[in-house]
Design a protein around this ligand. Structure first.
Ligand SMILES: [Zn+2]
Length: 255
C-alpha cells in the first residue's frame, strides 16, 4: 500500500497495541482500566505514567506529556514521524510501496540528525537543558552529560531533534566564527529555544553575549530579534536590547 494508506492502518494498529509498544521501553503494571509505570520522560520514583489500551494513549500526570503510540516512539527515540511509520510497518508486517521508484520497499535509512543524541536524551530531559558544543570549542568547562556536538552551526534539523527533549539550549562557542554563532543563535531562537551562550567560561543570555561580547553590526542583532517566534518574548528582548544599546552608547560618550 502507499505511505498515506499505511499511516491510517498503522494509526489503528498502534492504537490497539499501545501497551505492547510502550512496554518495549517502560515496565508497566496493570492499574484499574489501564497500565501504569514510571515515566521515561521525567525523573520519578512513584509511577504517574498511565497507558490506556482502551483509548490508545499514554499520559503522564507528573510532567504532563501525553499522546498516541506514534507520538510516544517519536519522543522516546527522537525519531521523525515517517521513521516511526516505517518502524511500525515492520512491526505490523505492512509493506509500504516506494512511490518514487517503485522498486525499493523502504526508504533508505535516515541517519540520526545528531550523532550520539540517543545516548544523552534522558540526561537532556533530566537537566531540562541541552549543551550544544559548536565546532571545536573547548569542552573542559562542560561538566554535564546533557551535551551534544555539532560541526559548526546549529541546523534546523538538529534543533528540531533536540527541541523534542527540552526548550533550553546553551551554545558553547569557544573558537567559533561570528557568522556561525549568529546562525546557531538564529536557528535556536526560530525553533523556540531559550538560548544562552557559554563563552570563555561565562554563561549568558544570547542578547548579552551579542551586545557585550560579539558586538556585531546592529542589523545582525535586529535579525536575531526578528527570529524569536513568540511576539511577547520578542518585545521583552527588544526592550532589553535597546536598554543595553543605550548603556553602551553612553559608556562610549564617557570615554
Ligand atoms: Zn512524566
Amino acid at each position: 500500500m502507499t505511505f498515506t494508506q499505511a499511516i491510517k492502518q498503522i494509526r489503528d494498529l498502534s492504537r490497539d497495541d499501545i501497551t505492547g509498544i510502550v512496554s518495549d521501553y517502560v515496565e508497566l503494571k496493570r492499574s484499574g482500566n489501564g497500565m501504569k509505570g514510571c515515566c521515561p520522560f521525567h525523573d520519578e520514583k512513584t509511577p504517574s505514567f498511565h497507558v490506556s489500551d482502551q483509548k490508545g494513549i499514554y499520559k503522564c500526570f507528573g510532567c504532563g506529556l501525553g499522546g498516541d503510540a506514534i507520538d510516544f516512539v517519536m519522543r522516546i527515540d527522537g525519531k521523525e514521524f515517517h521513521e516511526v511509520i516505517y518502524q511500525f510497518a515492520d512491526r505490523f508486517h505492512i509493506t509500504i510501496e516506494n512511490s518514487s521508484t517503485g522498486t525499493d520497499k523502504k526508504e533508505p535509512r535516515i541517519p540520526e540528525p545528531i550523532p550520539g543524541l540517543k545516548k544523552v536524551r534522558s540526561e537532556i530531559r533530566k537537566a531540562g537543558l541541552v549543551t550544544v558544543i559548536c565546532g571545536d570549542s573547548p569542552t573542559d568547562e562542560i561538566d554535564n552529560k546533557a551535551a551534544v556536538n555539532i560541526p559548526a552551526s546549529f541546523t534546523p534539523e538538529e534543533a528540531k531533534a533536540l527541541r523534542k527533549f527540552t526548550n533550553r539550549c546553551e551554545l558553547v562557542v569557544g573558537e567559533v566564527a561570528w557568522e556561525n554563532v549568529r546562525e546557531s543563535i538564529k536557528t535556536g531562537l526560530t525553533e523556540g529555544f531559550s538560548v544562552t551562550i557559554l563563552s570563555n567560561g561565562q554563561s549568558m543570555d544570547w542578547i548579552y553575549y551579542v551586545t557585550e561580547v560579539a558586538q556585531p553590526e546592529r542589523g545582525d542583532i535586529i535579525k536575531l530579534l526578528a527570529a524569536i517566534p513568540d511576539s511577547i518574548s520578542r518585545s521583552v528582548y527588544m526592550t532589553e536590547y535597546s536598554n543595553l544599546a543605550s548603556q553602551n552608547s553612553e559608556a562610549e560618550v564617557c570615554r
